[in-house]
Design a protein around this ligand. Sequence first.
Ligand code: NAD
Length: 251
Amino acid sequence: MGLLDGKYAIITGAASPRGLGKATARLFAEHGATVAILDLDEALAAAAAADLPGEGHVGLACNVIDKDACQTAADTLIEKWGAVDILVNNAGITQPLKLMDIMPENYDAVTDVSLRGTLYMTQALTPHFRERKTGSIVNLSSVSAQRGGGIFGGPHYSAAKAGVLGLTKAAARELAPDGVRVNALCPGFIATDITAGKLTEEMRTLVLAGIPMGRAGTAEDVAGCALFLASDLSAYCTGTEVDVNGGSLIH
Ligand code: NAD
């Protein structure tokens, strides 16, 4: 028996083959969920969905910074499936910029995908979740929100991910009476394409030295925590931030 038998889940930014979204989609599917992968490119989203175990998974194009696109994707899936139970706001981009190098377009790009995207997808599904008095939303923040960067992303990335924490907690407070839970995941240094080939060997050594468990995390490490937050195992958790960082935040 799977933890998500009969559940329908939407995961944004899940087309990236080695990414956290795709690993989460795979684990959700293994646990019985039917999954929709939303990403910028329709063909890549469809290919990622087709690669999941089981039948009925869907890949859709959806740029999460476009409010209408978010609503259209949500409406399409509610109509197709009759219900959506889980939303994982995973789409995100980062840039390794120093404070003074952040240009207006850098600020817009990085904060928009994480923060505006999370807000828009949450808004698109909230009426449906409220109507059914159930729903679990999992938002991808980052350890860089908690400790002010230090791995790869610049201050605008830390700010965007800290914004995601605030949005998570405020939405959790507002939606709790409706039976809808909202939680955040704060991954540490996880080996995916978001940093692939972009970290110098020196930087990598430095980052690993700051991780008590002495290794980068895997996408599966994050997926396991997403499964916990998405499933009824975490039925009494809302507004929480779950750290997945090998001990990086132990003071
Ligand atoms: P990734 O780069 O492998 O995948 C990100 C995906 O988001 C890509 O498929 C991309 O096409 C998609 N995307 C980008 N902009 C989009 C948009 N506007 N609309 C829809 N999709 C869009 O990244 P990842 O490492 O798997 O990261 C997933 C999430 O986890 C991100 O929010 C990231 O900030 C966060 N995170 C990652 C790490 C890490 O070390 N990898 C650590 C902490 C937090």
